[in-house]
Write a protein that binds this ligand. Structure first.
Ligand code: AN7
Length: 379
């Protein structure tokens, strides 16, 4: 049997399209190369002729898409001789920052909103040895404080305002194009700070034959690092659709939201950092924003686990929840190919999951009769 080359992460894979040098020390945990899974049962249920794929970013090393950005941000921080990184986070960024800092042998400081972090994410940050600063405020307060403190303290910000983050995250678009042989017709994402939707658009623009002008425009997103240098070129780019939780939907309100709230704590963000970029993505891609209620988000999360065997966290299910609504209404056209990004793993938030799964949980006596009864009455 021939040997397969060991996969060594997305910077090695896309070196020609990322801002690294030959002698850059790469800080990697083997992130990227996540599965693009074609859904079977949910499209059947919808009764529409639409091909839906989910990009399962929960299978990254720390369980979310943040690893794509963090490998770049930490690699560049180390290259610049930084000894500490800092971020504000709704959870996943802090988990990724903590892990990659550990790998690099530098310090990580994470500011998290009190009581609003899913258990798995907090456990990760704690285990990787980050200094956790819980603030009596929300993500937006944390982000403001991080920017302020980084003006004087010797720390590198690794939130998505760090342009290297988006450079790493754009590689998800490259992977999708390689697998489909083209860009999808629609790409649906949950939107918090809107860094990821921006990063995907950069990736699609860099892969598009029609986009010479737009690549230049996309470069304004990232300080000019996104120079095209290789990879397959395709003729189409997707319509980009960003879905927000109703209680935390500044792009729907057309303005910042000061007191965001949603069960999808990952996207409990009222002051998106990539505000201007995301509007530009919407315009350039002829896309749109929409919102989903918490109920809709949780029911999409449950549907995906029950009907397709895929477990994502609540925020991630927002992409599918919104896509299903737009497919039903015909806004997403029949005959098209849709990719929904599942940004984080379901195990990140066990508390929310267990509240939903209670109907299938019974406790019985340890006897054959009671177990048999439990099976038969639930067939
Ligand atoms: C699972 O961890 O902002 O629109 O601090 O964890 O690029 O912000 C997380 C964001 C979607 C939104 N899905 O992405 C953080 C943080 C999940 C997330 C988003 C996040 P952006």
């Amino acid at each position: 049997m021939p040997f397969r080359n060991r996969y060594t992460g997305l910077i090695d894979t896309y070196r020609d399209r990322l801002p690294v040098h030959d002698d850059t020390r790469i800080i990697s945990l083997g992130e990227g190369n996540t599965p693009l899974i074609r859904l079977h049962n949910i499209p059947d249920m919808l009764g529409k002729n639409v091909d839906i794929y989910v990009k399962y970013e929960g299978l990254n090393p720390t369980g979310s898409f943040k690893d794509r950005g963090m490998t770049m941000a930490v690699t560049k921080a180390v290259e610049a001789n930084s000894k500490a990184i800092i971020c504000a986070s709704t959870g996943n960024t802090s988990a990724a920052a903590a892990a990659y800092a550990a790998r690099a042998g530098i310090a990580a400081f994470v500011l998290i909103p009190e009581g609003k972090i899913a258990a798995g994410k907090l456990a990760q940050a704690m285990m990787h040895g980050a200094v956790i600063i819980q603030i009596k405020g929300n993500f937006d307060d944390g982000m403001r404080l991080v920017k302020e403190v980084a003006e004087t303290a010797p720390v590198t910000i690794v939130n998505s305002i760090n342009p290297y983050r988006l450079q790493g995250q754009k590689t998800a678009a490259f992977e999708i194009i390689e697998e489909l042989g083209r860009a999808p017709d629609y790409h649906c994402l949950p939107v918090g700070n809107a860094g990821n939707i921006t990063a995907h658009w950069i990736g699609y623009c860099e892969s598009s034959s029609a986009s010479v002008d737009c690549v230049t425009e996309a470069c304004t997103f990232c300080d000019g690092h996104c120079k095209y240098a290789g990879g397959p070129i395709v003729s189409n780019r997707p319509v980009m659709i960003g879905y927000q939780a109703s209680g935390s939907a500044p792009f729907m309100r057309g303005d910042m939201v000061d007191d965001p709230d949603t069960v999808a704590t990952a996207i409990r963000i009222g002051h998106p950092q990539s505000w201007n970029q995301a509007w530009k993505v919407k315009e350039e891609s002829k896309g749109w924003f929409d919102e989903c209620s918490d109920e809709l988000i949780l029911s999409a999360q449950k549907l995906l686990t029950e009907e397709e065997g895929i477990f994502c966290e609540p925020a991630s299910a927002t992409s599918l929840a919104g896509a299903m609504e737009d497919i039903k209404s015909g806004k997403i056209k029949e005959g098209s190919t849709v990719v929904c990004t599942l940004t984080g793993h379901g195990l990140k938030d066990p508390d929310t999951a267990m509240k939903q799964g209670q109907s299938t949980f019974v406790t019985v006596d340890a006897t054959l009769q009671s177990v048999e009864k439990a099976i038969l009455s639930n067939m």
